[in-house]
Design a protein around this ligand. Structure first.
Ligand SMILES: *Cc1c(COP(=O)(O)O)cnc(C)c1O
Length: 237
């Protein structure tokens, strides 16, 4: 039962693995933000995770996240949208989330900017989701057209481009995702060199089974669900 999971212990174990991976890579632990992916998990489980020290939460569906965010609030934790965002849910995402990791089209960028203006939101941090070669999922923009989206976001008053995100295909062997992480880092470096990002350029990459590899390759945000919350509950879709 989920209630019996010791979040403090699980979280501490993940944090230790993050520290070890950062140390091996010669990086500071403070460069890596842990986003606890709470999709399918209950508000009780999320509150337990917050009590154990989680500061950032990831959800992949707007309609599932809204009641959780209403209930838990936004002062104890920041909410990251990490799943695909349809245009017709863009306004709700602007209202509910602190950061959007899955900007994947010019149309969506323009729409998000307009909703920000209408909702009185001065600044929405976004990451561009990049779909890399050989990826199974169709979400994300291809590297060849990232520049066009970067230029669009630069011209939009309310969007602040923080970095890039990717969701590689699943491999049993964690190391197999390394080339994807390397590609994303190279793209980030190229864009950072031309001043594309508000900061140094976040890299949102790495999940429960491969976040250590992602940290070695430069991840600044790792999105970890199962290793913190346990196996996901089936909410029937
Ligand atoms: C579910 C999900 C995660 C977390 O996956 P785990 O394997 O449970 O750590 C990370 N990123 C995205 C985009 C997800 O949808």
């Amino acid at each position: 039962m989920e209630q019996q999971i010791n979040f403090a212990e699980r979280l501490a174990a993940v944090q230790q693995r993050i520290r070890d991976a950062a140390m091996r890579a010669g990086r500071a632990t403070s460069e890596v933000k842990l986003i606890a992916v709470s999709k399918t998990h209950s508000v009780e489980a999320i509150n337990a995770a917050i009590a154990a020290g989680v500061t950032d939460l990831g959800e992949n569906r707007v309609q599932e996240a809204e009641p959780k965010i209403d209930f838990i609030g936004r002062t104890n934790a920041k909410w990251h949208l990490i799943g695909p965002l349809q245009g017709n849910k863009a306004r709700r995402a602007v209202k509910a989330f602190d950061v959007i990791h899955t900007l994947d089209s010019v149309e969506l960028a323009i729409r998000l900017d307009r909703h920000c203006a209408e909702e009185g939101r001065t600044m929405l941090p976004v990451l561009i989701q990049v779909s890399l070669a050989g990826e199974a999922s169709k979400s994300g923009v291809e590297p060849a057209v990232v520049d066009q989206l970067v230029d669009t976001v630069r011209d939009l008053e309310h969007l602040s481009l923080q970095g890039l995100m990717t969701l590689p295909p699943f491999f049993d062997v964690a190391d197999a995702t390394r080339p994807y992480f390397q590609q994303l880092r190279e793209l980030r470096d190229r864009l950072a060199a031309v001043g594309a990002f508000a900061g140094t350029g976040e890299l949102s990459m790495g999940m429960s089974h491969d976040f250590e590899v992602a940290i070695q390759e430069g991840a600044t945000m790792v999105r970890v669900g199962t290793a913190i919350f346990g196996e996901r509950e089936n909410l029937g879709g």
